[in-house]
Ligand binder design. Structure first.
Ligand code: NAD
Length: 296
């Protein structure tokens, strides 16, 4: 296990590429536009600079980590040598199925194909390949370089051997893998996303304001950040996609997405990545600033 291909260089993809590169793997980072890849490399560089400033790694580690990452805008060039692929493209079923169809043709027969999907069925993704035994979920948490958990999801046909390799590889990244079975939202998002959706309903119905809801959950439940701030960090579009997968997967109104969440996504208010969600975000400002529309 030496050559890792990461597909998608957004919030998760750049963190996954950073982490593998830091632990000495050769990383090929693939996205659809060079400007997205350039932005990812600049984000990775800033995040490594922070690690250097905190004394966690040295300048030499920084150089080595950056040297280990090569960027590609063509899937075939970026994936043909992969031992392990971690797909972290946009959370959309058709898009992911297309990527896996292509990967199955491009990659070496022994390559393991994993997805960082938050909620889409690994068994369904595996079904479009001819190597369902080598398809698995590798669900990293945001921000990847800091968060310890990797939720390892076994599809119906994922082999014991592939699961073992992925668990071991996760440990080599200094992470703690937890093996779970395939079901909508797996464990993490089956529990987290209904909580976030309920927080948005609580706001939508006027039970309390953004800051009040987040404060109740921070101080009352000892959560490190409130659910609405967390939604901004995850990306409201990602939250909505996951909630839709739960809604459709369980066929239950219990999971129906809050109209306010749908409306904010339509308006492009996606949270940190768009600069505005429940709060406003400007580079260099760490204070929590309430978004204008939620000011009373
Ligand atoms: N955001 C989170 O906190 C979080 C946490 C865990 C898992 N995830 C999952 O990780 C995946 C990525 O989420 P994200 O938040 O990084 O999204 P994002 O929107 O920040 O990034 C997605 C990236 O994928 C790229 N992309 C789209 N189609 C592509 C293609 N055909 N080939 C290559 N690249 C392509 C986009 O250009 C974009 O750069 C999703 O499956 C999501 O559910 C997200």
């Amino acid at each position: 296990m030496k050559n890792i291909t990461v597909i998608g260089s957004g919030t998760m993809g750049n963190g996954i590429a950073h982490t593998f590169a830091q632990f000495g793997y050769n990383v090929s980072l693939v996205d659809i536009k060079q400007e997205f890849l350039d932005k990812a490399i600049s984000t990775i560089t800033k995040n490594i600079d922070r690690q250097v400033a905190k004394g966690k790694i040295t300048e030499a580690d920084k150089e080595n980590t950056l040297k280990n990452i090569t960027t590609f805008i063509k899937l075939d060039e970026g994936s043909k040598n992969a031992d392990l692929v971690v797909e972290a493209a946009t959370e959309n079923v058709e898009l992911k199925l297309n990527i896996f169809r292509e990967l199955d043709k491009i990659c070496k027969p022994e390559a393991i194909l994993s997805s960082n999907t938050s909620s889409i069925s690994i068994t369904q993704i595996a079904s479009v390949t001819k190597r369902a035994d080598k398809v698995i979920g590798m669900h990293f948490m945001n921000p990847v370089p800091l968060m310890k958990l990797v939720e390892v999801i076994r599809g119906k046909e994922t082999s014991d051997e592939v699961t073992k390799v992925v668990m071991e590889t996760s440990k080599k990244l200094n992470k703690i893998p937890v093996e779970v079975n395939d079901a909508p939202g797996f464990v993490a998002n089956r529990i987290l996303m209904p909580m976030i959706n309920e927080a948005v309903f609580t706001l939508h119905e006027g039970v309390a304001g953004v800051e009040e809801i987040d404060t109740v959950m921070k101080l009352g439940m000892a959560h490190p950040m409130g659910p609405l701030q967390l939604a901004d960090f995850i990306g409201l579009d990602v939250c909505l996609s996951i909630q839709q997968v739960l809604f459709e997967g369980f066929n239950s109104s219990k999971y129906s997405p809050c109209p306010l969440l749908e409306e904010m996504v339509k308006a492009g208010q996606l949270g940190v990545k768009s600069g505005s969600g429940f709060y406003n975000y400007t580079a260099g400002n760490k204070d929590l600033v309430l978004a204008d529309r939620f000011k009373i």
